[in-house]
Design a protein around this ligand. Sequence first.
Ligand code: SAH
Length: 476
Amino acid sequence: MKYYPLLFQLEARRCLIVGGGRVALRRSKTLLSAGAQVDVIALAIDAELRRVLLESGGELIEQPYSDALVTREYFCIIAATDSTAVNQQVADYARANNIPVNRADDRSLCDFIFPAVIDRGPITVAISNSGGSPVLSRILKRQLNSFLPEGYGELSDFARRQRARVKQALPAERDRVEFWEHVLQGAIAEAIFSGNSLQAQTLFDQALAEPDQFRRTGEVYLIGAGPGDPDLMTLRAFRLLQQSDVVLYDRLVSPAIMDLVPAHAERVYVGKRRAEHAVQQTDINQLLVDHALRGKRVTRLKGGDPFIFGRGGEEIEKLAAAQVPFQVVPGITAANGCSAYAGIPLTHRDYAQSVQFVTGQLKDGSIDLNWPELISEDKTLVFYMGLSSLPVICESLRAHGMADDMTCALVEKGTTRQQRVVISTLALLPQRLQQLEVSSPSLFIVGRVVQLADKLSWYSTDRADSPDDSFGDSGA
Ligand code: SAH
């Protein structure tokens, strides 16, 4: 049987539960939480149920069920005894009196069923699989719950407060719908989610004063997509990506993550390779501004975290100057992703008390680093770099006093299905890499913590037999 979710106003409605056990308790709690009044007829009544009912002012009739005991008008009846015959008798009574009935013993005989409910303030989501499996509904509920941002309740309250004004200002329904779509998925909603209701109100007032102008105001989301595995994106990143009109991305964003870009969004590749820039940084900054000023919601999708060696700061400076609204969504940086997926804790009480993220990118063939400062037995070093600088890094660390046998790991395409971890020592790794065809992106971890990988590695990949497509070169 199929059920359709109608949302009833239960405030002060009287409902009857026949039965006094755990099911009756659960149902009465549900109904009471919706503001209903609950009476119970049962021979034996669970102690907690008794307490709950007495507190709520419900009537308790402790007698074997008979139709004559039903002396009030009820909005609905729930038959929750452990006797099929009694439940049947209750259902017959309900049907004869046109009262909807729910039978705890047989879903197929119910006029209505109780869905799994996500209750977030004014937002209510009902989940049912038509009585198939309550456990499945609860699993779905948990999954959906984690996708609903906390602030939606507040957003809904905000919208309710403004509805009358909008209706007056925009008499045509089509204009109103378009206006609300912008309000509920743009800078105003984001201001509410960030806890900034004053700013939301100001933006809203401006928008309503000039709705045409408002529809032309875009914004930019600078989103960290994490190191490759799409599961490592944040819920916020995912949500903003779904509402984007344009997505600017580069080589570090894995195809698996690009698969999450909504079909309607325009994709713009602005990838860079060492020395050969597909799009100059200044042009990227300008592109972001241009798209936003055309009223688009623009995502700038970056690998890892946008503020870790990602030039994210430069991109939003320009936006700030042009007064384009923007927000920054942190991502899991390569050091965190790769170390976790390689089983290398970056700090450990026995091996490393600190960790340092370093960029070893060669610009003109040399690396300008304060080497003596990097040398320490108790520190983990993480190098974000082009592969070609790795031999220089190993050599320089040794030249400045780090032990030849200091353990180190190269993590290639970390967190993707193509991840490969090469563990060696400072003295031996450059040579080993000559035999292996390692490609970008790769992260270099140096420190005694690397020894733990042997024991702690957990992530297995299908690297050996799958095509190497985790990161595209052209990105096209
Ligand atoms: N903003 C990014 C880093 C950009 S610098 C972040 O927070 O991760 C680019 C360097 O990051 C690459 O040269 C490489 O050293 C490292 N990197 C990024 N993703 C990686 C991955 N999946 N596996 C290994 N290294 C990665």
